[in-house]
Design a protein around this ligand. Structure first.
Ligand code: GUN
Ligand code: ZN
Length: 444
């Protein structure tokens, strides 16, 4: 159910009573640096967070408060998904291929449908409904190569007052003719989209070369020029996901030191650039990402599903590279950031590391916001930030009721939710203080 925010005016002070958990600051040790109220109060006003604290000690200071009683439920900052493909929503769970065949057999034919604006509009609504029912309130998104599809997505996000980062995919070779742009149209249409949407309400533009194999040097040069012209826009692409892909990049760009050097040469590696996957990096590539202040989107369900490999989170953090969790729908297998966290835990386990659940939660809230430079707006529940948050019901079925009877710590709650939870755990999702999703079962 997508609540029509226009029909439900939210005025005055709104209070939410719940267990409340977030990371108020930058942290080198998220395992310890969280802030938790077992019986907490969050107050919002005009789409912003006005107060966060303990319920019993603070409720009396409010005479007029519209109180939503979610006692015993868990209130978290809205999740941030830092890498996903909006036109791939309908092709989740397509069988049996590794990256390059999967692109040819499933992805390109599906993305072709987005040449039709009406189709893109309808799919943008489906896509956002999926985000909201999974508690995701912000995302960094690849649209298709068609300018109209990106327009449709931005319009749908604007209608919901959502902080969304998105870009038109640019690709001018090594993909079907009917999906190609060219250096000039990629630059011109991206610039038109920047002028139409970047900085409008809560929207941000992302310059989006799909990946090095599908862009000519001329196209990367044109996009590098654009990035220089618009220093505040984000950049996204794929990097070192699959061994065949890396060998292909080496053959297409033989003069470059390594895969990342291709992007770096054209000025596409900087703060605000987010590279998906980064699984098989060479030593110099780790260093280059760190020096430039670029970030990595860690996409565990996709990396397992496409057989791409195991991302080395510990190594990224040794290099102080910001890492953000992401679903990579539709290479990824779920819209759920909770499930994504559970799979990230397993990817780390296979490398002999244990991802603490609080650390994982940080990578999909405050850590992601910090990597994107958006921590004044999203990722935490500090007063003054935008009121984007999710309310989870940990005990959403018989099994979880049994499991949580004896839980005694927020770590245990988050961990078990990451293994057992999904959209069934979402009770409500709020964007800028307004509900965009409410589960049918309870509406306080
Ligand atoms: N590399 C280039 N395009 C894609 C894509 O759509 N998904 C994934 N996972 N990797 C890519
Ligand atoms: Zn991707």
């Amino acid at each position: 159910m997508l609540v029509d925010v226009k029909q439900k005016p939210v005025t005055g002070l709104q209070g939410y009573r719940a267990k409340i958990l977030h990371f108020p600051q930058r942290s080198l040790s998220p395992k310890n640096d969280y802030c938790y109220f077992d019986d907490g109060l969050l107050v919002t006003h005009n789409g912003k967070i006005a107060f966060i604290g303990d319920y019993k000690n603070n409720i009396n200071q409010y005479d007029k408060l519209d109180l939503h009683d979610y006692s015993g439920k868990l209130l978290l900052p809205g999740f941030i998904d830092s890498h996903m493909h909006f036109p791939q929503t309908e092709m989740l769970a397509s069988f049996g291929e590794q990256l390059l065949d999967w692109l040819t057999d499933y992805t390109f034919p599906t993305e072709h449908k987005f040449v039709d604006y009406t189709y893109a509009q309808a799919m943008a609504d489906v896509f956002l409904r999926q985000l909201f029912r999974h508690g995701t309130t912000s995302a960094m998104i690849y649209s298709s190569v068609h300018k109209g599809a990106a327009d449709a997505l931005f319009k749908a996000a604007q209608k919901n007052n959502m902080l969304l980062m998105a870009g038109k995919v640019c690709m001018d070779r090594n993909c079907p003719d009917w999906l190609q742009d060219c250096p000039q149209t990629a630059q011109r249409e991206s610039a038109e989209l920047i002028n139409a949407w970047h900085g409008k309400d809560r929207l941000h533009y992302v310059i989006t070369p799909r990946f090095a194999p599908t862009s000519s040097e001329a196209q990367l040069a044109a996009l590098g020029e654009l990035a220089q012209q618009y220093p505040s826009v984000f950049i996204q692409s794929h990097l070192s996901e699959n061994h065949d892909e890396i060998a292909w990049v080496k053959s297409l760009y033989p003069k470059h030191k390594h895969y990342l050097d291709v992007y770096d040469h054209f000025g596409l590696v900087r703060k605000g650039a987010v590279f998906g996957h980064a699984i098989h990096l060479e030593t110099d590539e780790w260093q280059c990402l760190a020096e430039r202040g670029a970030s990595i989107a860690f996409c565990p369900t996709s990396n397992l599903f496409l057989g791409s490999g195991l991302f080395n989170l510990a190594k990224a953090e040794q290099h102080n590279i910001p890492v953000m969790l992401a679903t990579d729908v539709g290479g990824g297998t779920s819209f759920s950031m909770l499930k994504t966290l559970g799979e990230a835990y397993k990817v780390c386990q296979l490398q002999g590391n244990q991802l603490d659940p609080m650390h994982g939660l940080y990578l999909m809230t405050q850590g992601a916001a910090l990597g994107l430079g958006l921590e004044e707006h999203i990722g935490n529940l500090n007063p003054g930030t935008d009121a984007d948050f999710v309310i989870l019901d940990p005990e959403f079925d018989e099994l979880t009721q049994l499991r949580f009877k004896h839980h005694n710590s927020p770590q245990d709650l988050i961990f078990a939710l990451s293994i057992l939870g999904d959209d069934r755990a979402t009770l409500a999702t709020y964007i800028a203080g307004k509900p965009v999703y409410q589960a049918d079962r309870q509406q306080p």
